[in-house]
Design a protein around this ligand. Structure first.
Ligand code: SF4
Ligand code: SF4
Ligand code: SF4
Length: 279
């Protein structure tokens, strides 16, 4: 715990870190200035490089929030420091929870293939690249706040829940419910690709409201029916390759296990995803 509040009790210490990401989740948090002001009254923010020039990791934290996937050795080093020094670790945004868009090729390409595709023979050596993975692949994550970007309002609410010793509340239902609530016409019925029926709600379905299909940035709800959705997409005239390419955007780290069994596609397991032989 850090500085004291008006009634003399210690303020909980909070850190907001970022790994490989676009910074959009931190921007979303920063745009909720009024909510943030309330938050700053409740906690002492000791580490938030995007929001402050006064940062330290040389302390214990009550809660650390992390945006971004683990995609470099530096990310991984920071993740272990964060886990060691924080009582509660929260993954913020789809990159941190599931790997994000940067992991969309993980099911079909090795890291080496991806690096060669982008850099040719001049692969940078400033940092060691790792295959983009969610935080939970390396350490225990206490809570996940998915979304691309995370909702700033969800973020502040989650802090309030955690400070009161409660689990942050996230809905467990399909995005379709939110379309129905908003009376948004179904994009899938109009033959758009949409994975809202697989995906966790809570966003208010802004994409379908704007006339797009849902890419499912908040990850799967508890009982996603991939098999039936594949049938529906095929009925709408989409090829198995179209289906795979759409679904993998936010599901690169689990599309092989959850979707591929229902598709007639032969996608070889990348070299670095094969189980290591034990001698
Ligand atoms: S979840 Fe989306 S908005 Fe947040 S850092 Fe990743 S890509 Fe950016
Ligand atoms: S548009 Fe997508 S998310 Fe909305 S009801 Fe149709 S299938 Fe569900
Ligand atoms: S509608 Fe789908 S893609 Fe859009 S914010 Fe919601 S979950 Fe994400």
């Amino acid at each position: 715990m850090g500085k004291t509040t008006n009634n003399g009790s210690k303020k909980p210490t909070v850190g907001i870190m970022y790994f490989t990401s676009c910074g959009g989740c931190q921007c979303e948090i920063l745009t909720h200035a009024n909510l943030l002001k309330k938050l700053v009254d409740l906690v002492e923010i000791k580490y938030f490089p995007m929001g402050s020039s006064n940062n330290t990791l040389e302390t214990d934290f009550d809660i650390i929030f992390i945006e971004g996937s683990v995609s470099t050795d530096h990310d991984l080093e920071l993740l272990h420091i964060a886990r060691e020094r924080s009582k509660i670790l929260v993954a913020v945004g789809t990159c941190a929870c599931f790997g994000g868009v940067q992991s969309s090729k993980n099911a079909e390409s090795s890291l080496n293939e991806m690096l060669r595709y982008v850099y040719g023979d001049k692969i940078p050596t400033v940092v060691k690249a790792l295959k983009p993975k969610p935080l939970k692949d390396y350490v225990k994550v206490d809570y996940e706040l998915p979304g691309c970007p995370v909702s700033g309002k969800d973020f502040v609410l989650a802090v309030q829940y955690l400070l009161n010793g409660l689990d942050p509340f996230l809905p467990k239902m399909a995005v379709c419910y939110e379309c129905k609530q908003a009376q948004t016409p179904c994009r899938l019925q109009a033959s758009y690709m949409c994975v809202g029926s697989l995906s966790n709600a809570g966003c208010g379905a802004p994409c379908t409201f704007k006339g797009l299909g849902c890419y499912g940035c908040r990850g799967d709800h508890e009982d996603p029916n991939y098999k039936e959705l594949v049938k529906l997409f095929r009925q709408k005239g989409y090829s198995d390759r179209d289906i795979y390419n759409f679904v993998k955007v936010f599901r690169g780290n689990y599309v092989r296990e959850k979707l591929l069994p229902y598709l007639d596609l032969d996608i070889p397991l990348p070299e670095d995803e094969k189980p290591k032989e034990v001698n």
